[in-house]
Design a protein around this ligand. Structure first.
Ligand code: AMP
Length: 144
């Protein structure tokens, strides 16, 4: 059985299915899960006036609201706040860093995300599979 599993979610409806699959891997012990969502940085553009508000403030607002959504999802599966991670950066890179930091032994991820079917797997899943240093389990999420 795994001791620490990083569960990467994009906050879509498929998140519950992915978390349930991860719980199955750890004997239904939510303390063995680290729930992660990565917010991608808003693009830097020429001239701050392109944004209706200060881009740093806007970025923080997005982080805060994503954190709240992650908390709602995590709470439903009894995942403690200390095991919920809202990160800023590129999803595959940040998830890999979290795996190293927590010395996790597996990653659970959806077969594809909000962007729908691209090829066989979503781009985040493919990037994580390349050079993975632990088991990576992809959960088929259908057309959710
Ligand atoms: P995608 O590569 O967007 O098709 O998404 C495939 C899977 O990667 C999703 O089902 C999630 O498990 C995970 N994922 C996608 N985007 C993120 C994100 N921003 N933060 C955490 N996990 C993500």
């Amino acid at each position: 059985m795994y001791n620490k599993v990083v569960v990467a979610v994009d906050l879509s409806d498929s998140s519950k299915k992915i978390i349930d699959a991860a719980l199955n891997l750890v004997g239904n012990d939510p303390d063995k899960l680290a729930l992660a969502h990565v917010v991608e940085p808003i693009p830097s553009v020429w001239g701050m006036e392109s944004y209706a508000m200060d881009p740093i403030e806007l970025q923080q607002k997005i982080l805060d609201s994503s954190g709240k959504m992650l908390e709602e999802i995590g709470n439903k599966s009894k995942i403690d706040k200390s095991n919920q991670h809202t990160l800023l950066g590129t999803p595959a890179t940040e998830i890999r860093n979290l795996v190293e930091e927590l010395k996790a032994d597996a990653i659970v991820i959806g077969s594809h995300g909000n962007s729908g079917w691209k090829i066989v797997l979503g781009s985040t899943a493919i990037k994580l599979l390349h050079g993975a240093t632990c088991d990576v389990l992809t959960i088929y999420v259908g057309d959710d």
